[in-house]
Design a protein around this ligand. Structure first.
Ligand code: ZN
Length: 148
């Protein structure tokens, strides 16, 4: 998306969780804990992907896009379809998007990435590419980062 900026990628954290699982330090019940809300969001607003679930390997993952920001008012925290995001990005100055992957088969879920969208990204000079600190991100999707 044209106004996408300050992308934070969580694939390292995801790999860490999968490693912990393989090593037996966490159980599948710890990581396959998608809430009914998340699963509903995946069903009704989710974006199907071609990626196989890393846990059950029988279903494809669904991406859910959650939006946050003061300008969203009561819509903050809601899931939106991928198609709705560019429209919002043209109407709002700035909002945060959190992408969560969910498996509707085994309830695996993990934060994929977060980024900012909005007209502020269209300022002259193009979107600035900053990498925010993943540690400051609100912890939804994956509440338990690998604890060591
Ligand atoms: Zn699965």
């Amino acid at each position: 998306m044209r106004t996408q900026r300050q992308v934070v990628d969580y694939s390292l954290q995801k790999r860490a969780v999968l490693r912990e699982l393989l090593a037996g330090r966490v159980g599948t019940y710890d990581v396959c804990d998608a809430s009914p809300y998340l699963k509903n969001a995946a069903r009704f607003h989710g974006e199907p992907t071609e990626q196989r679930c890393p846990i059950c390997r029988s279903e494809n993952l669904t991406h859910v896009h959650y939006i946050y920001g003061d300008e969203l008012k009561q819509s903050a925290g809601q899931a939106r379809t991928l198609a709705e995001l560019p429209v919002l990005a043209m109407t709002l100055r700035e909002f945060q998007v959190f992408v969560v992957e969910v498996c509707l088969g085994c309830d695996w879920n993990h934060l994929v990435e977060q980024f900012l969208l909005g007209r502020d990204g269209l300022a002259e000079g193009g979107p600035e590419q900053g990498v925010a600190d993943a540690a400051t991100a609100p912890a939804h999707g994956r509440r338990r980062e690998a604890q060591r």
